[in-house]
Ligand binder design. Sequence first.
Ligand SMILES: [Fe+2]
Length: 273
Amino acid sequence: MNKLILAAIPAAAFTGYAVYENAASLSLRYESLGSGVRIAHISDLHRRRFGRNNRRITSLIASEKPDLIFITGDIISRRQTRLNTVEKMLRELVKIAPVYVIFGNHEQGLTEEFINAEVQERLIEIIKLSGAKLLRNSRDFIIIGERRLNIIGYEPDYSVYKSDGCYTDLTPVTKADIVDVLGECPKGETLLLAHNPLFGKAYAEWGADYTFSGHVHGGIVRIFGKGILSPERKFLPKYTKGVYDFGGKKLLVSAGLGKLRLFNSPEIVIYDI
Ligand SMILES: [Fe+2]
């Protein structure tokens, strides 16, 4: 009996922690890579809600006083049809700083997998009406202080994520593929938003000074600082969370906010660059 109780204590603690992490935790991660521009980065919210209308997210970001806010895809899940919370969150975020949004595989999948084109249309409209900017293989620039920043959103071919509905024989992304879609990297400081971090080397070769990514959810379960599984069902994916350096060009990967996770708290990342 005593042995049973002794075994039940760690099991209950583990379960309690897992429930807490998936229902209540939200962390801020700070990355100091320079100074002058502060960027708040969120990714992969999926269906998760952090307080009414995601108020916990918006108030945490507001308290950090960012110059820019980046949302790097999967703001919804592909089967989601209710967009009210996303709409309200975007309307709050644009009051804080200019907001740039890209699509992840879930938003792309709405049309690519013929799931619900109407939801994608509604989401595009919601983003537009909120005042946030949706970058689908398109670009913008912004001047902050003395700096002129190119901000570019990359949306790869959907075969990067799924091929005939499966996760095998996926297409890689090379520098040439990026040039095909975006043209040569513009002169000046360039910030790229690209949902899938797997092609971090190609983004750097293309010329992006900073690439903001998500998608991998930190590897779902994190053990000894390593993410275990990718959305493509690959073990130990290369880039799961943190700052990766490619000869001075940086790949910045958020572990995201939504989906089930373990030892991998949902996060908002604050960068000073
Ligand atoms: Fe994704």
